[in-house]
Design a protein around this ligand. Structure first.
Ligand SMILES: N[C@@H](CCC(=O)N[C@@H](CS)C(=O)NCC(=O)O)C(=O)O
Length: 214
């Protein structure tokens, strides 16, 4: 049985959502953030030394990192559904967008959050990251202008990875200037599996991360 460790208001929503899209069996274990610090509880640290969500357990292994977890579940638990095979012409774009969410887009958003939480004391740092973060959103905006999902063939697990990062962008006030990204996030939220993931995993309130948003 696949076990999915889910932290409230977090990236692990992606994994609950993926399991619902794939229609696979999974056991959901819920962990609650400390309401003041928003850090993970001891229950999650007991599962994995990083104490980060998502974590999955399967066949005696524990796996972290959204991208790795997504690829593992699609390929090991669901015959490759919602992923893209190396032989496909869409393999490159799929891998690019899967990696973009955490590798390129999210770090600038996190720096912005921590800078806001710590009193906006570092304008030089934010001068650098704000330019990068704007470029990153424009890159995704251009890719999603005139299409519903990242790949021409339609919805894939890359949309799940990017979708959650963009929900975080939204709570930090970043989506105002990007209409295609706003429409994309709404399109993702309207998917029945997204809604099922919220009803199973619990409501998602990312406003806890909106302090000092743009
Ligand atoms: N790159 C990792 C990031 C994992 C991560 O930072 N998870 C956050 C949840 S959004 C977390 O567990 N935060 C609680 C903590 O660090 O105490 C991934 O994509 O899985």
């Amino acid at each position: 049985m696949l076990i999915v460790h889910h932290l409230n208001n977090s990236r692990s929503h992606r994994i609950v959502w993926l399991c619902e899209e794939l229609g696979i069996d999974y056991e959901l274990v819920k962990h609650l953030r400390d309401p003041d610090s928003q850090r993970s509880p001891d229950s999650l640290k007991a599962v994995h030394p990083l104490g980060k969500a998502p974590v999955i357990q399967h066949n005696g292994q524990k796996i972290v990192e959204s991208e790795a977890v997504i690829e593992y579940i699609c390929n090991v638990c669901a015959d490759g559904r919602l992923s893209v095979k190396p032989t496909s012409p869409e393999y490159g774009p799929y891998q690019q967008w899967l990696a973009f969410a955490e590798g390129t887009l999210f770090p600038g958003l996190l720096v912005d959050l921590v800078d806001a939480w710590t009193g906006r004391g570092n304008p030089d740092l934010m001068g650098f990251f704000d330019v990068e973060t704007a470029k990153n959103h424009q890159f995704a905006e251009d890719a999603l202008t005139g299409r519903d999902y990242l790949l021409e063939s339609g919805f894939s697990a890359a949309d799940i990875n990017l979708g959650w990062a963009l929900e975080f962008s939204e709570c930090r006030g970043w989506l105002c200037d990007y209409p295609a990204l706003q429409a994309y996030v709404e399109r993702l939220r309207a998917r029945p599996a997204y809604r099922k993931a919220i009803s199973n995993g619990g409501p998602q309130d990312l406003s806890v991360f909106s302090a000092g948003a743009r």
